[in-house]
Design a protein around this ligand. Sequence first.
Ligand SMILES: Nc1ncnc2c1ncn2[C@@H]1O[C@H](COP(=O)(O)OP(=O)(O)OP(=O)(O)O)[C@@H](O)[C@H]1O
Length: 259
Amino acid sequence: MKSSISISNVNRIYKDSDGNRVEALKDVNLEIKPGEFISIIGPSGCGKTTLLRLIAGLDKPQTGQLFIDGAEITGADPSRGYVFQQGSLFPWLSVRNNIAYGLRARNVYKSKKENIENYIELVGLKGFEKSYPHQISGGMAQRVAIARALINEPKALLLDEPMGALDSFTRADLQDKLLELWKKDGTTMVLVTHDIDEAIYLSDRIVIMTPRPGKISKIIDVNLSRPRQRGSASFLDMRRQILEFFELAQAIPQPEYNI
Ligand SMILES: Nc1ncnc2c1ncn2[C@@H]1O[C@H](COP(=O)(O)OP(=O)(O)OP(=O)(O)O)[C@@H](O)[C@H]1O
């Protein structure tokens, strides 16, 4: 199950605390193919989360439209799963019940509850079903958050820096887990990340955004065969190209990225 996503002439303007206009997104256009893995990268404030929230239907553009499989996005829907950076689990629910939450919310718990064990296994959390969020590591918590979204069998999974707070080993592990899940279900993936290597490792295409106004400045096809080698010449060459683009755009100080 996979969705196409179409973003057409989208503008989203906010007001800051002084009442000034903030062009969070200006004239954004993007076509995402069914089953594609897209990463969105760019410096703080370039509109990445705003764009993801619009795709999720958690916010609306002032002008322009967003479509999923040809139907206009008018609100949130479980067919578009959303994974936050961290801390989104319900602390009072066990791992199992966090994952089961969507089934209960959609009134399909009885008919689908056998899926819970499958997803627990898929994200490698067997044995931790009864643990509570404070009893598991950050990486495990993010795997629970991903399983919680996936159990709703979304046609698109929207990921807002889900690995941002993790150490590099846990991050690499979760990246591989995400790829495994993507290969299995073919879900369309839209990942917001600050990490250039993560974007190259995972994506079919990388959307580069720049701020003031928030806009798409470049889209890069990642034509590297999978599984990808982080140290390969072609991988490093792509990273260099992206860094050079940012340097040319003078959009960010380099240390902001994990290089
Ligand atoms: N609810 C809001 N009210 C006012 N301004 C907002 C609001 N949400 C976002 N903005 C502004 O819109 C711009 C884009 O914000 P957004 O959070 O989408 O950026 P981002 O690229 O995700 O940043 P980061 O990488 O820091 O998370 C920023 O200037 C931000 O301050």
